[in-house]
Structures are given as structure tokens and as C-alpha cells.
Design a protein around this ligand. Structure first.
Ligand SMILES: Cc1cc2nc3c(=O)[nH]c(=O)nc-3n(C[C@H](O)[C@H](O)[C@H](O)COP(=O)(O)OP(=O)(O)OC[C@H]3O[C@@H](n4cnc5c(N)ncnc54)[C@H](O)[C@@H]3O)c2cc1C
Length: 564
């Protein structure tokens, strides 16, 4: 991707005022409907507050209107709006957010695949009547590998014409499965996997009891059993069999952004509690917030990772809203955003428990619940390992197609950016881009990606490198005074620059050290790896760490609103 994408114009969705209204409406609604004591009680009792889920999708809040186009009675929000609202919901309760997400997900095959008549019928129903959807893809033996699905859709014919289908099979781990008004079901029709919109009250459709889960216990998750469930042909999405996997693929860039926003919201919610706690907890004669060994281990690194993820999310959302995401074109970027944000969210929530000491380990302090809740985000909508594979495979192709220039070109652009705007860490991000180019080439020459572990480690390192690049672009736009109009504005441009510099150092160090480790670890013993370290500019990468502690100090000062 070129630096031209730092251009912050956003063309789709709500205007800034409308989005701001929506964000505070969501916050007010959930704060009133679900105060902390009720959340903890529902979590303890493992109960989905169906009344609140339905109220959120009714006139009382109308959150579902966000993702329905205006022509079907919705507000026509774009990807950026959806990210901001998803983060907001996740800050309050990830279980509730998951219930809302399930309607988003359930209606996604409709967006990409349905006929105009079907869209009018189904999307208007969601907008006007607040229908709650579930998304039925996963099966007991088909999770990451959806192609292994076994649920079948058998044609029912009358006078030689297909009038409907009988669906038989089992779906596993379906969010809203026990409460939905409609469920989109992926089933194997004679011409291939196909999506159907199914009314769960149809004969033969049985919803199992809710799962007893580790986290997001306010969200209903259930297995579904379908035994000859009749679906009229009008309810086959798009009217043509065999489009199901393509339709599922087409929306990943977008849906994974939503889960990325969940990781971000969950992580920040936990971290903000730790930040607040550390200002009042006195140990060793001073608040914990004044202990550098505390803040620089338990707070600052997580701020960097979360904000790097935010940059990846915002950049991808902006591009989707510009229309660049057609036919799954931004699936890799969506995967990077999801991978980074959900892994960062998990680590941040874990650190928040540590930051609360013994209190963090009890239910009362909420971080324990957030940690359990946010855990799901690295699993659903594609596990982290599947994200690593998706990212690595795509960028591997780009490396080959461009004859090794894919990341070198980005390194050159970042160096040019550094010349104009030296304070955002662009030269360090350039080193990371160059290191990725060197690593991919070493893997090509040594045929190392035949080891799946090496391929997946590349996926991880690419995600780190590309997020650092996105963060550099984001902070550079902020320093230039042209941030994306709907960007989160918590940090000043100066702090964003410090965050960006510090994360670029962490990313380049991670890419270089881990990359060298696995290239050496996978190469045949005695292989001459030549000038790998030199090509990677390892000395420059180490030298770029100068100033890291000062930037950590600056980020801590900004978080605690201290003047340094
Ligand atoms: C609470 C919850 C809610 C959910 N909601 C929904 C929903 O609404 N709709 C829906 O359709 N699904 C839903 N899911 C399912 C979810 O998307 C799947 O659980 C997920 O995709 C993983 O599939 P799986 O559980 O079968 O694990 P598997 O695919 O069996 O994976 C097990 C482990 O193996 C790894 N792995 C898998 N394949 C490979 C490979 N090729 N190489 C290396 N490692 C691999 C995975 O990363 C994972 O660590 C939900 C799940 C949960 C737990």
C-alpha cells in the first residue's frame, strides 16, 4: 500500500456529529441498562439479558440502524462508524456487543449476496422491527475449515421446478442461536455451499441450551440442530446455489474489523481501570502511577500495542469506506487489524489484573471479567493462527509478484516521509519494512515456508511491521493537522508521535530478532546465510532503540496528565 493512503478523507457513512451522538447514545443506554453490579450478576449467573439485546435493536436505541443502508430504513453507517460503535459497546460489555455483532454478521451474507427484493424484505425487517439475527456457519467438525461443512440442503421440487430446500445438520457455537428471530445458515446444496435465511420456529429446527462459557457469559451461544427444516426457495440468499463461501469471504475485511474493535474496546476498558486504580493505590509511600517499573511494564507497552492496532483498524476502515474493499480486497488488512487488536486486548486485560494486584484476581474489580470476555476475540471470526496464515500467504504472494519490492517500496516511502516529518518514527518503520523484505527473501531462497510454523511466524511479524507503518502514517497525519475526521482523539499529536516512535522500535526489534531466529532455526545446519544481518541493517535497528525510555516516560506522562 502506498503512503497516499495517509490521505484522511472519508467518504462514506455518518457525519461526525451523528457519529458522536450515536457513541454517546450507546454509552448512555448501556450504562443505564447494565450497571456494573448487574453485569457481574448476569455474568455470575450466566444469563443473556435478551430484553436489553432487543431494546438495543428497537426504538429505544436503534443500534442496528447503523449498518443498514438508508434505502432500507437504516442510517447507512460506514466501516469507520461501525468500528467506533463496536469499540464503544465492547468497552461496556463484550457479551452484549457480541449479541449485536451477531445480527451484523447474520445479515452480512444478505448485504453481499441477496437480490434487491430479498434485501428490501430482510434488511427492512431488521431496521423497522429490530429482528435479531444469528450467523450459522461453524459446525462441530467445520470451524477454521468451513469447507468441511456437512450440513446439507436438499432440493425440493414440484413439477420439475425447485420450490425449496430441506436442511439437515448441526451448527456449533452460534451467537444468539437460542434467541434469534432469523438465522442465516450455511449448507451444502447440490451446487455447493449456500446461505439460507431460516426462521428458527420452522418444524425440525431445535436450539440447544446455552453453552456454559469461560467469558462473554451475557451473550447467548447455542448449538443448533436441523432435521429436514424446510426453507422456501425465495429464502436462498441471492437465488443461486454455490455462492456461500465466496459470500463469506467477501465480508471478512469488514467483519474482522468489528472483532478487532472488540479487542480494542475490551483492552482499553481493562487498561483504563488499571490506570485509574494506580492513581489511588499507595504502595511504598507513593501512588503506583508514579512507579516507573509499574507503568512501563503494565501500562505503557499496552497503550502502544492498542494504539498500533487502532491505526491498523482506522486505516482499513477508511479504505473500506472509500470503496477499496470490494470482493474481499482488504481481507488481509482486516486480518492484520483483528490479529493485532485482539492479541493486544488480551495482553492488556491480563496486565490490568496484575496491575490491580490481589484485587484484580477477584470478581468485584471487573478486570477479571473483562479478561475472560476479551479472550474470545482471538478465537471467533477466525482464530489468531488462521489470521497469521491469511496474512502470510497474501504477503508472500505480493513479495513474489513484486520480485521482492513489496516492502522495499514501502521502506523507501517511509524514508521519504521521515525526511519531511522526522518525529513520528518513520525511519524506524522503514527499517521494519526492509527487515520484512529481507526475511521473505531468505525464506524464498531457503524454501523455508514449507515449514508451516515459519509461514505463520512471518504472518505475525508482518502484522507487527504493517501496524507500525499504519501508526506512523496516522501520527504523521495528526501532526500535520489532518487526522481522519472520525478518528479517536484521545491523544494529542505530540503523544501520538511518541507512541508511534516507541511502537516502531518495538516492532522493528521484534521483526528482526524473531525473524532471524526462525530463519536460522529452519535453515539446514551449516547453511551460509550470508549477509542477512547486514542486509537487515541490524546495527541500525539496535541503534534506533535510543530514546525509547524517554518516549515511554512521555507516554506515561500523557496518560496520567502530568507535565514532563
Ligand atoms: C463464544 C463463541 C461464539 C461463536 N459465535 C459464532 C457464530 O455466531 N457463528 C459461527 O458461525 N461461529 C461462531 N463461533 C465459532 C468460531 O468462529 C470458531 O470456534 C472458530 O472459527 C474456530 O473453530 P473451531 O472452534 O472449530 O476450532 P478449530 O478450527 O478446530 O481450531 C482449533 C485450534 O487449531 C488451530 N488451527 C485450526 N486450523 C489450523 C491450521 N490449518 N493450521 C494451524 N492451526 C490451525 C486454531 O487456530 C485453534 O487454535 C463462535 C465460537 C465461540 C466460542
Amino acid at each position: 500500500m502506498s503512503l497516499a493512503h495517509a490521505d484522511s478523507s472519508q467518504t462514506a457513512g455518518l457525519d461526525v456529529e451523528m457519529l458522536t451522538m450515536m457513541l454517546s447514545a450507546v454509552a448512555d443506554f448501556v450504562t443505564n441498562a447494565l450497571p456494573p453490579e448487574r453485569q457481574l450478576q448476569l455474568d455470575h449467573e450466566d444469563v443473556c439479558p435478551e430484553d436489553i439485546v432487543r431494546a438495543m435493536c428497537s426504538d429505544q436505541l436503534g443500534v442496528q440502524l447503523l449498518f443498514i443502508p438508508e434505502q432500507y430504513g437504516g442510517m447507512g453507517g460506514g466501516a469507520f462508524d461501525v468500528y467506533r460503535v463496536c469499540e464503544q459497546m465492547a468497552r461496556h460489555d463484550l457479551g452484549l456487543a457480541t449479541s449485536v455483532l451477531a445480527t451484523f454478521l447474520g445479515s452480512d451474507p444478505i448485504f453481499v449476496g441477496a437480490t434487491d427484493e430479498q434485501k428490501t424484505r430482510w434488511l427492512t425487517q431488521i431496521a423497522e422491527q429490530g429482528f435479531v439475527y444469528a450467523y450459522g456457519a461453524t459446525e462441530p467438525e467445520a470451524g477454521s475449515d468451513l469447507g468441511a461443512l456437512k450440513t446439507t440442503a436438499t432440493r425440493v421440487e414440484e413439477d420439475g421446478k425447485v420450490v425449496g430446500y430441506k436442511i439437515t445438520g448441526r451448527k456449533q457455537w452460534i451467537s444468539n442461536g437460542g434467541i434469534s428471530d432469523r438465522t442465516t445458515i450455511l449448507a451444502l446444496a447440490p451446487d455447493g455451499p449456500t446461505w439460507f435465511v431460516v426462521d428458527p420456529t420452522t418444524a425440525g429446527f431445535v436450539r440447544n441450551k446455552p453453552e456454559d462459557k469461560h467469558g462473554i457469559r451475557l451473550s447467548n451461544t447455542a448449538a443448533l440442530f436441523l432435521d429436514d427444516v424446510y426453507v422456501p426457495v425465495e429464502d436462498l440468499i441471492g437465488g443461486v446455489e454455490g455462492q456461500g463461501l465466496v459470500q463469506a469471504q467477501q465480508v471478512f475485511g469488514y467483519t474482522r474489523l468489528m472483532v478487532a474493535a472488540f479487542g480494542l474496546g475490551g483492552g482499553w476498558s481493562a487498561l483504563d481501570r488499571a490506570i485509574e486504580y494506580s492513581t489511588t493505590r499507595i504502595q511504598g509511600g507513593a501512588p503506583l502511577s508514579e512507579k516507573q517499573g509499574y507503568t512501563h511494564k503494565l501500562i505503557v507497552p499496552h497503550v502502544l500495542r492498542l494504539e498500533a492496532s487502532r491505526a491498523a483498524i482506522e486505516e482499513t476502515a477508511t479504505r473500506i469506506d472509500r470503496g477499496e474493499g470490494e470482493n474481499g480486497a482488504l481481507n488481509t488488512e482486516g486480518a492484520i487489524a483483528k490479529y493485532m487488536a485482539t492479541e493486544a486486548g488480551n495482553l492488556a486485560a491480563d496486565a490490568a489484573i496484575q496491575a490491580h494486584g490481589g484485587y484484580g484476581y477477584t470478581r468485584e474489580y471487573m478486570v477479571e471479567k473483562i479478561k475472560r470476555d476479551v479472550r474470545i476475540t482471538t478465537i471467533y471470526e477466525g482464530t489468531s493462527e488462521i489470521m497469521e496464515m491469511t496474512i502470510a500467504r497474501d504477503r508472500w504472494q505480493q513479495h513474489l509478484k513484486s520480485r521482492g519490492e513489496y516492502y522495499r517500496e514501502q521502506a523507501r516511502e517511509l524514508d521519504a516521509l521521515h525526511a519531511r516529518r522526522p518525529e513520528v518514527g518513520a525511519s524506524t518503520a522503514a527499517l521494519a519494512a526492509n527487515a520484512l523484505a529481507v526475511l521473505l527473501e531468505a525464506c524464498r531462497v531457503g524454501r523455508l515456508t514449507r515449514n508451516q510454523h515459519v509461514l505463520l511466524r512471518l504472518g505475525e511479524l508482518i502484522a507487527w511491521g504493517e501496524s507500525a507503518i499504519s501508526l506512523v502514517r496516522r501520527s504523521s497525519a495528526a501532526v500535520d493537522g489532518i487526522p481522519a475526521p472520525k478518528a479517536d482523539g484521545r491523544f494529542t499529536p505530540d503523544t501520538q508521535a511518541a507512541i508511534s516512535r516507541a511502537f516502531a522500535r518495538e516492532a522493528v526489534q521484534h521483526v528482526a530478532e524473531q525473524g532471524l531466529r526462525w530463519v536460522r532455526g529452519a535453515a539446514e545446519p551449516g547453511t551460509d546465510l550470508g549477509s542477512l544481518e547486514q542486509d537487515m541493517h541490524l546495527d541500525a535497528i539496535r541503534a534506533a532503540q535510543a530514546g525509547l525510555l524517554a518516549d515511554y516516560d512521555a507516554v506515561a506522562d500523557a496518560i496520567y496528565k502530568r507535565t514532563s
